[in-house]
Design a protein around this ligand. Structure first.
Ligand SMILES: CC(C)(COP(=O)(O)OP(=O)(O)OC[C@H]1O[C@@H](n2cnc3c(N)ncnc32)[C@H](O)[C@@H]1OP(=O)(O)O)[C@@H](O)C(=O)NCCC(=O)NCCS
Length: 137
């Protein structure tokens, strides 16, 4: 059985580090503003397998306001591709409107959950090409 809960900032760091900042110093997995963000996790058998964070960083686009940015979306490598990330993403979507800078490889993952791309793809140094995406209930 899986369940989703709010978690503490320090609980997201290890998964973020292993999945999103592999091979780089642990500090790179600590994001500015983590203390002010809301962190969500998906658990299976007491193991934290997926994390994401919602930062109070607003984006205005096309006359619409997206008050929160989703960042640090990461599923444990041994559990990727099993639908767990989608469960956690859909669990937080009612807290939207949301926006994110999606890794190009993850674009289909967000699109399947109803997110729309906006603008051109762009490069984030040391991370790679990204696509800005938005979601509104
Ligand atoms: C993207 C990610 C969070 C999705 O979580 P998940 O639990 O694997 O998601 P689901 O099983 O619900 O959906 C699988 C989809 O995620 C995407 N995906 C799967 N593995 C991925 C990976 N290593 N990197 C990026 N996207 C991936 C694909 O679109 C996949 O669809 P497919 O099975 O049709 O190819 C997870 O795969 C991950 O942590 N990837 C590496 C880090 C990353 O890219 N994070 C997103 C930053 S914007």
């Amino acid at each position: 059985m899986t369940h989703c809960t709010l978690i503490q900032p320090e609980q997201v760091i290890d998964l973020r580090w292993r999945v999103l900042r592999a091979g780089r110093p642990r500090e790179t997995a600590i994001f500015p503003g983590d203390e002010a963000a809301r962190h969500h996790g998906l658990w299976q058998d007491e193991r934290l397998l997926v994390v994401l964070s919602l930062f109070p960083t607003p984006l205005v686009h096309g006359g619409a306001n997206y008050p929160q940015q989703l960042r640090g979306m990461a599923t444990d490598p041994s559990s990727q591709g099993q639908g767990l990330g989608s469960i956690l993403l859909r669990a937080v979507q009612p807290l939207g409107p949301l926006w994110c800078n999606a890794r190009i490889r993850a674009r289909p993952f967000y699109a399947r959950a109803g997110w729309q791309p906006i603008g051109e793809t762009f490069e984030i140094p040391e991370v790679g090409p990204h696509q800005r995406m938005v979601w509104a209930p």
